[in-house]
Design a protein around this ligand. Structure first.
Ligand code: SF4
Length: 382
């Protein structure tokens, strides 16, 4: 069974056609060019804390996460996998470093996929035959996850450091071993903390293979820096149609990673847009505190699931134009706000009532959209 991630076909224009890849299934989620680009993250709980991990997975599911990865550094973690895999609402991938025996444990546990890091699993190449057999018997896909920080020593010797060619060659070598054993349900990642190196490594992979690619800038940094690095790197690749599933790595809670990943895809029309706030940067002409207004409107509309474009503008220079273009908008000035709905001024309210009026009108528009589409998106207006 294939899950469409709840996303209707997106009619909006995109920058590039997806690169054609093989297809694979991570549980019910299809990964590859025939499927929407999925967003994933990793739990931060101890995997042995089954309830805590399931609780975090539930929160991630609610925030739009499609696939979740859990660490499996010990036998106790491996023991926790069957129940986590069984009870999670979204497919669970076990993340394996160092110990090949946990690859088999994860497959037996019913995980929807396994990530291996060939650079730090001792004698990994000798185990590929057995892993291929176990994975094939259960229909479990394998991600070959090469990381700059744990690159195969042979590549380090050959290239001196984790240059793009080294990352790509390491991953392709391992994928080649799996192919020799007639196992092809492989996706690949080649992560580096430098977006320039990372982008080039993925470009090389895209030229040389048709495996689905999992994009990630590893150790991208705290939220601000990591968001910028991931957005520019993913943008450069998605612009070429490269990328089938993404993980934004931030030194921040995993829910934030999902929000950023989802927003990157929405910005490029690779996922239908939901709420979009168009707000001006403010300037010397502003007649209202635009930052505060934009923050309050954003907070008030948080959780809105319908594709609504809301313009929050600080004065009458660009205000009416942008507000008219949006589904809903305000152009502020002289202590008042002109409220626009679908291009028409419907009322003018005092500045103190702008936020509540926008929230009220957004609720009305969302209700209309729900009725038109026949489905029942959730609107939370606080
Ligand atoms: S809309 Fe007005 S306040 Fe906002 S940036 Fe433009 S000119 Fe400045």
């Amino acid at each position: 069974m294939t899950v469409d991630l709840g996303m209707p076909a997106n009619p909006e224009p995109v920058l590039a056609e997806r690169r054609k890849t093989r297809q694979l299934q991570v549980g019910p989620v299809g990964v590859g060019s025939d499927h929407p680009i999925s967003v994933q993250t990793m739990t931060t709980t101890n995997t042995t804390d089954i309830n805590g991990t399931l609780q975090q997975i539930a929160e991630l599911t609610a925030s739009g996460c499609d696939i979740v990865r859990v660490a499996c550094p010990s036998a106790d973690d491996a023991e926790a996998l069957p129940i986590i895999a069984q009870k999670s609402q979204i497919p669970v991938i076990a993340d394996i470093h160092f110990q090949p025996k946990y690859v088999f444990a994860a497959i037996r546990a019913g995980c929807a996929g396994v990530r291996v890091n060939p650079g730090n699993i001792r004698k990994f190449d000798d185990q590929v035959k057995e892993i291929s057999k176990a994975a094939k018997d259960t229909g479990t896909p394998i991600r070959i996850g090469v990381n700059a920080g744990s690159l195969d020593p042979r590549m380090m010797e050959k290239y001196g450091k984790a240059v793009p060619e080294a990352l790509a060659e390491s991953a392709l070598w391992e994928a080649g071993l799996f192919a020799e054993h007639d196992f092809h349900d492989v996706k690949i990642s080649v992560k580096h903390n430098d977006p320039v190196v990372m982008v080039r490594a993925y470009e090389i992979l895209a030229e040389r293979c048709d495996y689905p690619l999992h994009l990630g800038v590893t150790e991208a940094g705290p939220a601000f820096q990591g968001t910028v690095k991931s957005a520019v790197a993913f943008g450069a690749l998605l612009r070429q149609g490269i990328g089938d599933t993404i993980r934004v790595s931030l030194s921040a809670p995993p829910v934030e990673e999902i929000k950023v990943g989802t927003q990157i895809l929405q910005s490029l029309n690779l996922r239908p847009r939901k709420l979009e706030i168009v707000s001006c940067p403010s300037c010397g002409r502003a007649q209202v505190d635009v930052y505060k207004l934009a923050d309050e409107v954003t907070a008030g509309l948080e959780g809105m699931e319908v594709p609504l474009r809301v313009a929050v503008m600080g004065c009458v220079v660009n205000g009416p134009g942008e507000a008219r273009e949006a589904d809903l908008g305000v152009a502020s000035g002289n202590g008042k706000g002109q409220i626009f709905v679908k291009g028409e001024v419907i009322k003018t309210v005092p500045e103190s009532q702008i936020v509540e009026t926008l929230i009220e009108e957004a609720g009305r528009l969302a209700e209309g959209m729900e009725q038109d589409s026949g489905d029942s998106p959730t609107v939370t207006v606080s």
